[in-house]
Design a binder for this molecule. Structure first.
Ligand code: SF4
Length: 379
């Protein structure tokens, strides 16, 4: 399958947390419940976008900032009016303190809410950086606002989100990063670190490419974990918990007098069931056809409406990726393969134009695995 949408830091993290959860959210498109902490974070981010979104080096007055905050306040996901008020007041407290501190050192940022899209080894990647400033020496400073009560500062040095921001800004804006910052808004504290080195950037690229390979290879096994499953909205749909939910009483939209909602529930449920059944049937028929073609020694066969062909897809598998990288670097071919992702190393090995010594050295490290790839087209 194709990627359902460009990868982002959060979709990659979601896939790594649980591939089945990724499928529910991005492929089956089952919406999650709104959460008050996301709504709160979004409201404060929008208010700061207003604060810095001016064209002249004069900050908007506090009363305008607070009026804007009231207008854009995101209400979804709060337990009740009392909880919503508690968070609204906390947001006001943060904005008043932020306004006081940063009206004094106000500057127009290089970018506010910088939206980026680019490709890593052919994999589309997208995201948004809260703020990008230009430092006096021409380098860039990337800021990520955090609104949670506590901030895990231990991850500042390795957090892949900041690595992704660095990579995107340096690739697209053409200037080097001088500083990466987690700005903890409840305490107005900036946690700063220096530019990431090549190892973390390479690790990020490998993470992007391997996640894309797993998604396009339709690997969506559930990864149960007590803490994560406890808060997962997809638990009632998840195969791991299906017995737990069988026969459980649920509010019936039909019985509650909401026929449109009931019809939508059924329409959606039937569509998901049909898609699932079709996927399973296609896998079963594909396996049987592939085995039959292999047994008969055929590479092509015709039905009344379709033609099927069996092509050999060659893959090289490596255990020691570090050695592979050092061999490629030693042969001066690193620029052809910026990250040692499996598809690019495969391409290098199968390309007759590649350096013969390099191909021989890589072949020593890997094992050539041939697997049949079934293709089908409408006649
Ligand atoms: S309930 Fe657990 S295993 Fe199932 S989708 Fe959610 S996180 Fe994954």
């Amino acid at each position: 399958m194709k990627l359902p949408r460009p990868l982002s830091h959060s979709s990659i993290s979601l896939y790594q947390e649980c591939p089945r959860k990724y499928r529910f959210k991005y492929i089956d498109k089952v919406p999650e419940k709104p959460r008050h902490f996301f709504s709160f974070g979004q409201s404060v981010h929008l208010a700061l976008e207003f604060f810095y979104g001016v064209k002249e080096p004069t900050p908007p007055p506090l009363k305008d900032l607070l009026a804007n905050y009231k207008d854009i306040w995101v209400k979804a996901g709060y337990r009740d009016a009392a909880q919503e008020k508690e968070y609204f007041d906390e947001g006001e407290r943060i904005l008043k303190a932020f306004h006081k501190k940063h009206s004094a050192d106000f500057h127009v940022p290089f970018f506010v809410e910088y939206a980026y899209t680019f490709e890593v080894d052919g994999v589309p990647v997208t995201g948004r950086v809260d703020r990008v400033d230009k430092l006096p020496d021409g380098r860039l400073r990337v800021l990520d606002y955090k609104t949670g009560k506590k901030l895990a500062t231990g991850r500042l040095e390795v957090d892949p989100q900041l690595t992704m921001y660095q990579y995107a800004c340096e690739t697209l804006l053409g200037a080097e990063i001088g500083e990466l910052v987690f700005y903890h808004l409840p305490t107005l504290k900036e946690h700063r670190t220096v530019r990431r080195g090549a190892a973390l950037v390479d690790e990020l690229k490998t993470r992007i490419v391997s996640t894309a390979e797993a998604i396009t290879g339709e690997r969506f096994d559930p990864a149960p974990d007590e803490m994560k499953c406890r808060w997962c909205d997809y638990k009632p749909l998840c195969p791991i918990f299906k017995d737990q939910y069988a026969g459980a009483p649920v509010p019936a939209a039909k019985a509650a007098g909401e026929p449109e909602l009931a019809a939508l529930v059924d329409r959606y449920g039937e569509a998901v069931a049909r898609a699932q059944a079709a996927r399973e049937e296609a896998e079963k028929a594909g396996r049987a056809l592939s085995e039959s073609l292999s047994k008969k020694g055929y590479s092509r066969a015709f039905g009344a409406s379709y033609e099927a062909s069996l092509e050999r897809e060659v893959k090289w598998e490596f255990l020691d990726k570090k050695k592979v990288l050092s061999v490629i670097k030693g042969a001066g071919a690193y620029d052809k393969i910026l990250a040692p992702s499996a598809p690019l190393v495969n391409k290098l090995l199968e390309d007759p134009a590649s350096d013969a010594g390099l191909r021989a050295a890589l072949a020593e490290l890997g094992e050539r695995v041939e697997s049949p790839e079934l293709k089908i087209r409408k006649l």
